[in-house]
Ligand binder design. Structure first.
Ligand SMILES: *Cc1c(COP(=O)(O)O)cnc(C)c1O
Length: 418
């Protein structure tokens, strides 16, 4: 990768290349990138497998995995090749035409997901928007105009205005008024509460099977079974937001396969492009309800994304990385439970490679920061929860190294050294 800056001083740069380069990039970033998040003073430059490298040459063992995105690790060869080949063939035709990788990817994705039809987008929020529109279309056509969608408290469905309304995060309630109407929030795993929330206006129930951003909380089997029953009883749609849990993350290709309960609409994102911006909304034949003009997008089914998704899915299947996620997740969880017997961490939870644990008194950000200083990336999902979501290619030796660094960090944070 080549980076350019201007105006440069080649003589000076050859004296202190790394520090100078990093300082310049940091100042450009801080001065010109709109502030939306607190970010550390480093510039990421290169990734390979489980590792990320910054412009000072520091290496990081990555257990954030691009936020549960880089399922094949960083810069996987199959993705590089698929993108390069497709870029040489056709970068973009028009959303008004079918294209070759789109046809191939649609066929494979619907086949492995048990769905019939797919609409492609670029982000998880857009896939969920599509799901909401389709559910409302169903309500308009078949349920006397019902438009309300029941979602869960503590859920996360994205950051568009409608998805911020769908998301059940109390901190978001006062933001960006007026909210998009028509979302009702009920507590997780409380079937009576959901049942009570269903009215003549309800057209769908939308859930994550394991709440990711909310801190890794799984729906119970009985609850999901109950949701399916409610939906069947009233003819309303069951939407699974598998943006985070899909594509092998939980140890099966789709988290719903753990439950044996199928959705009417399934949304995918994050891992589907392994880092290329890609998402999908899938449904069954009877809900192929949009008419021209209802839904679309400049980049829907865009050839580069389609080639990326196809290559990623083929690789996930070929290497059975869902099975690896299951196996390594078990090992990692056992190791974390081992640490929990020696350090003040608790509630080790999760499934496959979507794991979390709690730390006392709001120490999660400090622990994540300490780990980063020691060369390990983990995510503080909130003040008390650490979330772990490495690439699905992770091997036992990465886990051993991760646990060693984490133990070091736990020692520094909680055992009052020095
Ligand atoms: C990340 C996430 C989203 C939003 O995806 P974006 O690509 O950020 O729009 C939606 N739902 C779930 C469950 C997610 O984890």
């Amino acid at each position: 990768m080549s980076l350019s800056f201007s105006p440069g001083n080649p003589a000076l740069e050859s004296v202190k290349p790394a520090a100078n380069r990093t300082a310049k990039l940091l100042s450009a970033a801080k001065n010109h990138i709109l502030f939306t998040a607190n970010r550390p003073d480093i510039i990421m430059e290169k990734g390979e497998g489980m590792m990320l490298y910054d412009t000072d040459g520091n290496a990081y063992l990555d257990f954030i995995g691009g936020w549960a995105v880089n399922c094949l690790g960083h810069s996987p060869a199959v993705l590089q090749q698929a993108l390069a080949e497709q870029a040489g063939e056709l970068v973009h035709a028009s959303p008004g035409f079918y294209n070759k990788p789109q046809a191939e990817f649609a066929e494979l994705l619907t086949q492995v997901s048990g769905m019939d039809k797919v609409f492609f987008t670029s982000t998880g929020a857009e896939a969920n928007e599509s799901a909401v529109k389709l559910a409302r279309k169903h309500g308009a056509l078949h349920l006397n105009g019902a438009y309300e969608i029941i979602t869960l408290t503590n859920s996360f469905h994205g950051r568009t205005l409608a998805m911020m309304s769908a998301t059940g995060k109390s901190q978001w309630e006062p933001l960006f008024a007026p909210k998009v109407n028509g979302f009702v929030h009920v507590p997780i795993n409380d079937l009576d509460a959901c049942f009570a929330a269903v009215t003549n206006n309800t057209c769908a129930i939308m859930v994550e099977l394991v709440q990711g951003e909310g801190g890794v909380h799984a729906l119970s089997e009985a609850y999901l079974y109950g949701l399916r029953k409610i939906c069947d009883m009233y003819g309303i749609l069951l939407i699974f937001d598998e943006v985070q849990t899909g594509l092998g993350r939980t140890g099966k290709l789709f988290a719903y396969q753990h439950y044996g309960i199928a959705p009417d609409i399934l949304t995918l994102g994050k891992g589907i492009g392994a880092g290329f911006p890609l998402s999908a909304m899938l449904t069954k034949e009877p809900f192929d309800l949009f008419e021209p003009g209802d839904q679309g997008g400049t980049y829907t089914g865009q050839p580069l994304g389609m080639a990326a998704g196809l290559a990623v899915l083929r690789e996930l299947l070929k290497r059975d990385l869902a099975a690896n996620a299951e196996k390594q997740g078990r090992y990692l969880k056992a190791e974390l439970e081992g640490l929990a017997s020696r350090y003040p961490i608790s509630n080790v939870r999760g499934i496959g490679l979507l794991l979390a644990f709690d730390v006392p008194s709001g120490a999660a950000p400090k622990l994540a920061e300490t780990c980063m200083r020691l060369g390990l990336l983990i995510n503080a999902a909130n003040a008390v929860t650490i979330r772990i979501m490495p690439a699905l290619i992770v091997e036992p030796h990465h886990i051993d190294e991760m646990i060693a660094i984490l133990e070091d960090a736990l020692h520094q944070c909680f055992m009052h050294v020095g």
